[in-house]
Design a protein around this ligand. Structure first.
Ligand code: SAM
Length: 311
């Protein structure tokens, strides 16, 4: 029995039901996420891109003044759309580094490695397909250099708020004194703007969520009918938690594998993903809680997004 099956089985037998969002990213999921990033409603990518295009020099100078030779390790690198701007700046400044993008999607890691070979010949790239911490352990065996860890795109928001400090402490346990961490946080703003980013008019976020049911059908021999589930994101302004659910539109039974059955009541929901929103102050508190020192806040011009550099 593989891990994907075990996680799906456990999540769909829990009360309330849930699925782990790391499983969104198969080949179709990667493509849908890239389309989401270009959609007019998904402001997050454009905000962070603005930070990386206008302030890469500042980030690069700060890294180079702190560290001589280092590795750039990117957690959940995706297509590296924003990080390439920093990689270019670091190369211009003749920095001595190897780039280790980590991603659970084999497809996206292969795409990114090929793209970088073509666009930045000579850049030392070592793509790693797997989970964040397992891959950090692999890097530790290959190189003892200091690290600059990138955790962009607000992926940190996909960790439940109450678990984020312990995730960061686990990350810190794998770092060396002097290592740097640059994390993208989506900031609290008009709730309507936030909610729209997870419920775009073209239906991309809906397709992205439903694609996980299709992946379960394909890889775990299940018979989900995606047409019998509705995409329902909700945002709680007080807690900053934006949560996506799939709601069963009917009382139904879904088969997984040869004889596994999951029962759904009408309107019963599967919790799919959290996208936690922060205030800048909360990110500083998080740094302190996890044992990091905040060095720099980098905002976009509207202050909708923050890339925080910590040591
Ligand atoms: C929200 S996307 C962000 C991608 C990229 N960082 C960006 O800013 O555009 C999250 C990425 O992290 C990867 N990912 C999610 N969970 C992961 C995990 N536990 N370990 C490794 N990669 C993961 C996904 O495959 C996906 O490419």
């Amino acid at each position: 029995m593989n891990q994907f099956f075990r996680d799906v089985w456990q999540g769909l037998h829990a009360t309330p039901k849930y699925l782990q969002s790391k499983y969104f990213y198969d080949e179709k999921g990667d493509k849908l996420f890239q389309q989401i990033m270009k959609s007019p409603e998904y402001y997050l990518t454009r905000c962070e891109l603005e930070i990386f295009t206008t302030q890469a020099e500042r980030i690069s100078a700060l890294i180079c003044s702190n560290l001589k030779a280092f590795n750039i390790v990117e957690l959940g690198a995706g297509d590296g759309f924003k990080s390439v701007h920093l990689l270019r700046k670091l190369r211009e400044q003749k920095a001595d580094f190897t780039y280790y993008p980590i991603d659970i999607s084999k497809n996206i890691i292969m795409q990114l490695s090929k793209k970088l070979q073509k666009e930045m010949p000579g850049l030392e790239v070592c793509g790693l397909n797997g989970e964040y911490f397992a891959m950090l352990e692999k890097i530790k065996q290959q190189s003892g250099k200091n690290k600059v860890v990138l955790f962009l795109g607000s992926s940190i928001g996909n960790i439940p708020f109450e678990e984020t400090a312990s995730f960061l402490r686990e990350l810190k346990a794998r770092l060396l004194p002097g290592d740097l961490l640059l994390t993208g946080f989506d900031l609290k703003k008009d709730p309507a703007i936030i909610l729209k980013a997870y419920n775009d008019d073209a239906g991309l976020t809906k397709a992205f969520n439903l694609n996980l049911l299709k992946r379960i059908n394909d890889e775990l021999d299940a018979d989900f009918d995606p047409d019998r589930f509705e995409h329902c994101p909700v945002y709680d302004e007080q807690t900053g938690a934006c949560k996506s659910f799939l709601k069963s539109t009917a009382r139904q039974k879904v088969r997984i594998g040869e004889e596994g059955w999951i029962h759904f009541e009408k309107d019963e929901r599967i919790f799919m993903e959290i996208s936690q929103k922060y205030t800048a102050g909360q990110t500083d508190e998080l740094a302190a809680e996890a044992g990091f020192k905040p060095l720099l806040h980098l905002f976009d011009s509207r202050k909708w997004f923050l890339d925080a550099l910590w040591q």
